[in-house]
Design a protein around this ligand. Structure first.
Ligand code: FES
Length: 382
């Protein structure tokens, strides 16, 4: 069917690009997680477990997340499949209002868990997604490219009722047609009063609001046909998502793991540490010779259990950082080719010299650690 006049001003057409964007984005995000087996690996620095651990320290929901972190794999699977379901629902206009409610809940959860401290607040995508979903809760998928609309039409035909078609007409033009209604005078209906029965818009705010077709025809047949359509699409989505997950696992297992950055064996000794008759404050991390120039070493920060990294700047100068990404808690790693610290999750990049963020969604730089080489030749975390 051709688009009605001025169709682009109607919400059912005007919201179509946003609906397609949200549907594609959520479907892609879900499939991307399913295809990435490391996302569900609790030992992987870019996995859901690491991200939950990182969120605990910044989220207002930290008490809840502290308990949920023990269930990181089922939570990751739930998020991934929820994103697939929401994405498919919105993309195909299937049970769109329910999918949009799911989208708001998921986006709100991510906002509270992850991007709550984004500053300014509009730099965090999750809060924008929350509000982007609202029009679809209010108006549904509209009648364009939508299984909901197809079901409604199908049922309407079976019931022998016609489907309403909406067109956009300028209100002033409608008033002229109805009776040149202006300033409470009616010029076009010569010798006749303006008549609301002829033109309900003359009732102003008392005019009846058209009930959407989808609501009017929400009968048993609609539920049965809609349910059958939803079951068919859900089955196809589960098969497709499972295939993507299985393929991702196969490819992931076939990949050769890269050699890890050298791990410094932190002694974990507490202050003061006695070495060669002298006492040094701080936590003993290991011999300074274990960290060469251009070859950073990793270690575990004893006080927090966070992963850390040490760089040798030469001349007995060392730099240390807590490598938990301030964005979503993935572990940042050194990229020798870029000479930067790079987050594997969303590609935030940090300067080695200061830890400052130079690109990506991380709201701030890495936490700097005070690492000092003492005269005994060992590194200490102060
Ligand atoms: S966790 Fe998102 S950029 Fe690091």
């Amino acid at each position: 069917m051709d688009a009605p006049a001025r169709a682009w001003v109607l919400s059912e057409w005007a919201l179509l690009p946003l609906r397609l964007f949200l549907g594609f984005t959520f479907l892609f995000a879900g499939l991307q997680k399913l295809a990435n087996p490391t996302f569900f690996n609790s030992k992987n620095p870019s996995g859901i477990h690491a991200q939950l651990l990182g969120s605990i320290r910044t989220s207002p929901l930290h008490a809840l997340l502290t308990h949920l972190v023990n269930f990181s794999t089922p939570i990751g699977l739930t998020i991934a499949w929820a994103e697939v379901a929401i994405g498919v629902g919105v993309l195909f206009g299937l049970w769109t209002r329910i999918a949009a409610v799911g989208g708001v809940l998921l986006s709100l959860s991510l906002f509270l868990a992850v991007s709550y401290h984004s500053s300014p607040y509009y730099t965090g995508a999750d809060i924008v997604f929350v509000f982007a979903w609202l029009p679809f809760i209010l108006s549904g998928s509209s009648s364009r490219f939508s299984i909901d609309a197809w079901v409604t039409n199908f049922v309407a035909k079976k019931n022998g009722t016609d489907r309403s078609e909406y067109v956009a007409i300028p209100f002033a033009q409608l008033q002229r047609i109805c009776g040149n209604f202006n300033d409470n005078t009616c010029a076009a209906r010569e010798y006749l009063a303006c008549d609301a029965a002829v033109c309900p818009v003359l009732l102003g705010s008392r005019a009846p609001v058209a009930t959407p077709v989808a609501i009017r025809s929400l009968d048993r047949r609609t539920l049965i046909v809609g349910g059958a359509a939803a079951a068919s699409v859900a089955t196809a989505a589960v098969i497709f998502g499972s295939t993507v997950a299985a393929t991702g696992k196969l490819i992931g297992n076939a990949q050769v793991s890269k050699p890890a950055t050298k791990q410094l064996s932190s002694g974990g000794s507490t202050t003061p540490t006695t070495s060669g008759g002298a006492k040094y404050s701080g936590t003993l991390l290991g011999p300074a010779t274990g960290v060469r120039v251009n070859e950073p070493a990793t270690f575990t920060v004893p006080t927090s259990g966070d992963p850390g990294i040490i760089f040798n700047e030469g001349a007995s100068k060392f730099l240390g950082y807590d490598t938990v990404c301030p964005h979503m808690g993935c572990t940042v790693a050194y990229s020798p080719s870029a000479k930067l610290l790079v987050c594997p999750c969303h590609n935030s990049e940090f300067l080695v010299s200061t830890g400052a963020v130079i690109s990506g969604p991380a709201p701030r730089g890495l936490l700097k650690l005070d690492v000092v080489e003492e005269p005994d030749g060992n590194l200490y975390l102060k």
